[in-house]
Design a binder for this molecule. Structure first.
Ligand SMILES: NC(=O)C1=CN([C@@H]2O[C@H](COP(=O)(O)OP(=O)(O)OC[C@H]3O[C@@H](n4cnc5c(N)ncnc54)[C@H](O)[C@@H]3O)[C@@H](O)[C@H]2O)C=CC1
Ligand SMILES: O=C(CO)COP(=O)(O)O
Length: 431
């Protein structure tokens, strides 16, 4: 977990070392970031439990030592919901996986495999299955939700009548259509009384099923909930870190899908390591920029849920978003690619949402806009990529060296040097 005192102190030190006194020297973007980050640091209050939270804290006081006392529901029987439910069952928690399809539930209970999404992996025999939503969520301590982003609100509406003090943890890495809402926003809308968290990190489901060492982040304002999720899922192969930056952790998971599509597309053109490094780094800058505007702590993007997940998803064909990008790069159109994939690729919708929001709010997101042009305006991928390379002079790590300060000068110099060259050429031509 990020220590509020330390991060606050570090940020304070950075601030005091800077000369921000004159308007010329003032780096407004950096000042804004520091202000927001310090605010979020100062705002990291000592736990002040609400009625719901104290009930949860009471139930969960000894969970740390005895995760078997936890009663958990996982909603969504795709690859990630299944993989996480399996981890919890293996840790000895009383775990039910809810799947909407009755036949799938029967088959899973009989074969202890998820034939459609994780066909080669035997699931823990303590894992229970249900297609009865009320039964699945009643009398549970935590409900984990792993349905696609576009089905998240309807899922919350369906469980609302059965909520009586359970906590909710979103595993979904998406964004709602047209509202720009993240899953935590939807939880606050639909179940305002509920204690909630979001979990996100570099967690390719198949690698987790193979017991490849992995780590994730649980972000919540509720300390008992963070501890409970750590107790439920932490194991020798799976480390669960904690954070109190819900927005930052959640945005890391949602935004990296955009860049996995970009990287899959680039891979279709056999790009080299320099190009991949450029995409990855510019992607991280875009993510952080967008995150800062949304009120996230920019430092969160340097953690597992930020650069960690960005790296995993941009490097692996196990990522469905990467595979969508790869198919687009090979000339397939988006509908055909989505159909061929047959699984959730949140990035396809997230590109549209982030493109609209960034355009509306004036946030510089060139990779996102380029992908939008390919997917939704039918522009050729190669042409769009080449155009990205002509984006003029920018500064590296814009939080430190702001665009508006440095680049206006650079761009003016470039224009002026180009016009000189043109004039000289004209002179030479006329001689
Ligand atoms: N697969 C992975 O490696 C990881 C996935 N995630 C996130 O988890 C979420 C779920 O992804 P996956 O499990 O991978 O997707 P998936 O495509 O494997 O499965 C989605 C599941 O949701 C169910 N579903 C769809 N609409 C539904 C609805 N209206 N009501 C109830 N259930 C519905 C489907 O039947 C299917 O069982 C996504 O937001 C994804 O980004 C997060 C980390 C890793
Ligand atoms: O989020 C993931 C890994 O952390 C899974 O990515 P995909 O949804 O692209 O498969």
């Amino acid at each position: 977990m990020t220590s509020s005192n330390n991060s606050n102190k570090d940020i304070g030190n950075d601030n005091s070392d800077m000369d921000n006194t004159t308007p010329e020297k003032q780096n407004s973007l950096l000042a804004g970031i520091i202000e927001r980050a310090s605010k979020s640091g100062i705002g990291r209050k000592k736990l002040n439990p609400s009625a719901v939270e104290s009930a949860v804290a009471k139930n969960m006081a000894d969970i740390h030592n005895s995760p078997t006392k936890l009663r958990l529901a996982f909603l969504g029987g795709g690859s990630f919901g299944t993989a996480m439910a399996n981890l919890a069952a293996r840790n000895g928690c009383d775990t039910t996986l809810w799947v909407r399809n009755k036949r799938a539930v029967k088959a899973m209970a009989k074969t202890q495999t998820n034939k459609k999404y994780l066909p080669s992996y035997k699931l823990d025999d303590r894992l229970k299955y249900s297609h009865d939503l009320a039964m699945a969520v009643k009398d549970k301590d935590i409900i984990f939700i792993a349905v696609p982003g576009l089905a998240f609100r309807e899922t919350l509406k369906s469980i609302a009548p059965f909520i009586s003090g359970q906590s909710i943890v979103s595993l979904t890495k998406g964004m709602e259509k047209d509202t720009f809402a993240l899953m935590s926003d939807i939880i606050k809308d639909e179940l305002p009384e509920v204690n909630f968290g979001v979990m996100s990190g570099p967690n390719l489901a198949i690698e987790i099923m193979k017991n490849m060492p992995s780590a994730t982040v649980i972000a919540s304002d509720s300390e008992p909930l963070r501890h409970a999720v750590q107790a439920a899922l932490h194991s020798a192969f799976f480390r669960v870190f904690a954070s109190d930056d819900v927005k930052g952790v959640e945005l890391g998971g949602a935004l990296k899908n955009i860049y996995a599509i970009a990287m899959g597309m680039a891979a279709a053109y056999d790009v080299g390591e320099n190009t991949k490094a450029m995409i990855l780094t510019c992607a991280l800058a875009e993510m952080s920029r967008f995150g800062v505007e949304a009120g996230a702590n920019p430092l969160t993007f340097l953690g597992l849920s930020g650069v960690g997940d960005l790296y995993a998803t941009c490097s692996s064909e196990l990522s469905r978003n990467y595979r969508i990008g790869n198919m687009l790069g090979r000339g397939m159109n988006i509908d055909a690619a989505v159909k061929k994939l047959g699984q959730t690729a949140e990035g396809v919708n997230t590109i549209q949402q982030v493109h609209e929001k960034a355009t509306k709010d004036g946030i510089y997101m060139p990779i996102t806009h380029a992908l939008y042009a390919v997917i939704y305006e039918d522009k050729a991928a190669l042409g769009v990529a080449l155009h990205l390379m002509e984006a003029g002079f920018r500064s590296d790590v814009e939080f430190v060296m702001a665009h508006d300060h440095s680049n206006a000068t650079l761009t003016a110099q470039m224009k002026s040097s180009n016009s000189h060259t043109e004039d000289e050429k004209d002179d030479t031509d006329s001689k």
